[in-house]
Design a protein around this ligand. Structure first.
Ligand SMILES: NC(=O)c1ccc[n+]([C@@H]2O[C@H](COP(=O)([O-])OP(=O)(O)OC[C@H]3O[C@@H](n4cnc5c(N)ncnc54)[C@H](O)[C@@H]3O)[C@@H](O)[C@H]2O)c1
Ligand SMILES: O=C(O)C(=O)C[C@]1(C(=O)O)C=C[C@@H](O)C=C1
Length: 308
């Protein structure tokens, strides 16, 4: 692989920045990788595992960098910009990896110095783990990385960032920021809130029925507990910064839930069966489109071993 940037500065040293550091190192994509995180403990851990050249200030990390990656919770983007703006190199590209796009654009753009290129982005890849030890090089492989460029984005800066992202194994697509926030409210933000709530319900029940809920937790509930173990700061910020879209989707969710609740109360098996048939078709459509790389093959690929 060939080097795409001379110096990449990672602000925030958690799961996403850590995974980028590993992937860029593995591919020889950056001449130097520097990093900064707010807490001294995180910086010490990053140093111990030799994640990158760890600096004691954001200003030091970004000095001379041709790419700066904002990899902090979405509520911290403006604070980071106030720290780094006076120290940015002329012509620098700044990108972010935040799970929400419009609020990050609103937070970052007022701080941009003349000549800097800001290209918002979002890797659709993650785990429930956080911190500098959580990163791994293959996190982005075959995953989407959405870019929400602004109308005046420099095409060369965009093409160069695209080259870095695809060299880390991801597939890129472009989207309008408001549309991104609505799509992600459906596919990621509302589902996380539902998982947090379901685990909260089970926690409440546990006080009534002892350890049974945990001991006999079925696969579906276990998946919820994995999602509900995700970083509290990151997810607090996602909901506070994608408020309208998330509330819109949760409103629709609640309406549908009431419809199903009523069908159960009324013993309307046909309605339940029709509904579940429709949702099953959606799942199968996702698998047939090759979008769920973790799903069993079910004989789609000739020669592949059948599931189970
Ligand atoms: N975890 C996921 O599944 C996932 C997936 C895609 C995108 N994202 C987004 O990526 C970003 C980072 O998420 P992550 O999972 O890597 O989080 P993380 O908790 O693993 O890491 C966040 C890092 O930011 C640092 N930080 C927090 N506030 C700071 C500040 N003011 N100044 C400097 N450093 C600060 C923390 O010390 C930590 O090193 C978030 O915006 C999140 O929405 C997360
Ligand atoms: O796999 C997981 O643990 C995730 O939740 C990853 C996930 C998602 O919802 O798909 C979470 C938040 C991100 O912004 C992008 C990806």
């Amino acid at each position: 692989m060939t080097q795409v940037y001379d110096k990449v500065a990672l602000i925030g040293l958690g799961l996403i920045a850590g995974s980028m550091a590993h992937a860029m190192r593995e591919g020889g994509l950056a001449g130097r990788i520097t990093g900064y995180a707010r807490s001294a403990e995180t910086r010490d851990t990053a140093r111990q595992i030799a994640l990158c050249e760890v600096c004691d200030s954001a200003a030091e990390a970004v000095a001379g960098a041709d790419l700066v990656v904002l990899a902090v919770p979405v509520g911290a983007m403006a604070d980071v910009m106030t720290q780094i703006t006076p120290h940015l190199a002329p012509g620098v590209t700044i990108t972010d990896v935040g799970s929400v796009k419009q609020s990050v654009i609103d937070a970052v753009t007022p701080h941009l110095p003349a000549g800097a290129h800001f290209i918002p982005g979002h890797p659709l890849a993650g785990t429930e783990h956080s911190g500098p030890r959580a990163g791994f090089a293959s996190l982005f492989r075959n995953r989407w990385w959405l870019l929400t460029p602004l109308p005046d984005t420099d095409p060369d800066a965009l093409a160069r960032l695209d080259r870095l992202i695809t060299a880390m194994g991801a597939k890129t697509d472009r989207m309008d920021a408001a549309h991104h926030d609505l799509v992600l409210a459906v596919t990621s933000h509302a589902p996380h809130l539902i998982a947090y709530t379901m685990v909260g319900v089970a926690d409440h029940l546990r006080r009534v029925s002892g350890e049974e809920v945990i001991q006999y937790s079925a696969a579906g509930f276990r998946d919820f507990t994995r999602i509900a173990a995700s970083d509290p700061t990151m997810w607090r910020d996602v909901f506070l910064h994608n408020k309208e879209a998330t509330l819109d989707i949760l409103g629709r969710f609640t309406e549908e839930l009431f419809v199903l609740q009523r069908a159960i109360r009324m013993g309307d098996g046909q309605q339940l069966h029709d509904y579940f048939t429709r949702t099953r078709a959606i799942r199968r459509g996702i698998i047939e489109a090759g979008q769920d790389t973790e799903a069993p093959d079910f004989g789609r690929t000739p020669g592949a071993r059948p599931a189970g």
